[in-house]
Write a protein that binds this ligand. Sequence first.
Ligand code: GLU
Length: 485
Amino acid sequence: MKTKIEGPVRVRFPPSPTGFLHVGGARTAIYNELLRQSLGGSLVLRIEDTDRARSDQAMTEQILSALRWIGVTWDEGPTLQSAGVDRHRSVAWRLLAEGKAYHDFVAPEAVAAKRDEMQKAKQNFRYKDHFPPPSADEAKERMERGEPFAVRFVMGDEPIVVSDIVRGEVTFGDEMLDDLIILRSDGTPTYHLTVVCDDIEARISHVIRGEDHLSNTPKHIALYRALDEEPPVYGHLPLIMGPGKKRLSKRHGAASAEEFREQGLLPQALYNYLAFLGWSPGDEREIMSREELIGAFTAERLGSSAAVFDPEKLAWVNAQYMSGLPLATILEHLAPFLPEVGIDLSALDESVRARFEAGVDLHRTRAKNLIELASFAVPYVRDRLDYDADLCAKFLKQEALRGQLEQLIEQFGSLEAWTVESTEVAMRSVAEAAEVKAGVLIHPTRMALSCSKAGPSLFDLVAAMGQEASLRHLGHFVAFLRANA
Ligand code: GLU
């Protein structure tokens, strides 16, 4: 029986700016946000940049931008972990003074050699079994001689039980209970120390993070206890695997939020999809907006079995959002993809802009992503389209077609009301008079208006294109047929 979490909560998302925001990290951020939004409280964003060599400012910006794009909001921060280094160090000194940590003068090479030796003998290695702490006198003497030392925390031998809200009780004993370095010999604090210090400082009540951190948790709990602090409630999320339970990578479409953004995925779809990778509302629903997720989210429903990333399912979820979001939202997310296809919205006059929007609205139900949607929108804003002779080979051979299309242009030109129905009636009457099936005119008209053989229902396309642009494109198309016949 899982214990119910009561709010308000203080949760955190602490990415290390050493790489892009991976989908696993994005999902962790989403669950923390959902917990905070559903129960009240605060989500603290902390950039864990203490690994100076591997962290970079540009990556921090990328991560923040990816989080904003996905739609994750936070209440406090971003704070930089590196700003707290003096505080972290003073906590290490305090533990040292209280005898809960000791000076470690052992050369890293000696530790590595011992570890290798034990590994070869197929035995577990624990530092504390081989390198006893120095006496106070020895430590003092060696310090005075200027010998470098690390500060190592005493783990104790008592098994540590983690009451995990996702996995239940997990007990860590024996080989997991080794003394650990909290301050390196160059004076830099290690992750274990900084994360505990900063979570204490931020009064974090719940730590929801990836399963890859589960083995760190007994260390963190021991540090909390040594500092006379109550540890937070932990929840470790199962890792996200690629199809076939392989490590998720670019081969599966993408691995970082940034890549999905570049591929023209809607952030609402990614948010929805990731929220379901390890959680479900317990009913049939699969499409849930952030607001609906907040309303339905309970941490008790977080699952512990490995989540498999399914690009096809994500594509399906994306398609639901491409069709279902308000047009204004689609237009907003489409904007960054327009320059690539040569569309400059600011240069469009009002009528062209309206036509462009009608086109976007029509094609969004068929476009896989925003990149495709941008290319579908091109014929709505361009004066003249470039037809491909190979793609049009069939139409070029139909001699009678040119005259029939001219008839169609005439009929279309005389229409007073330009609707799906009126254009269909007009086309059918031209086909009838020419004694051909409507399809003989439908396919070339589609090509004339969209440079494509497939697309939405032709009369929807014609209606969205409007009378002026439809006549213009048809006129150019007939000229193209004549020129290439
Ligand atoms: N900076 C760590 C990471 O990105 C955070 C770990 C934690 O949540 O404690 O994996």
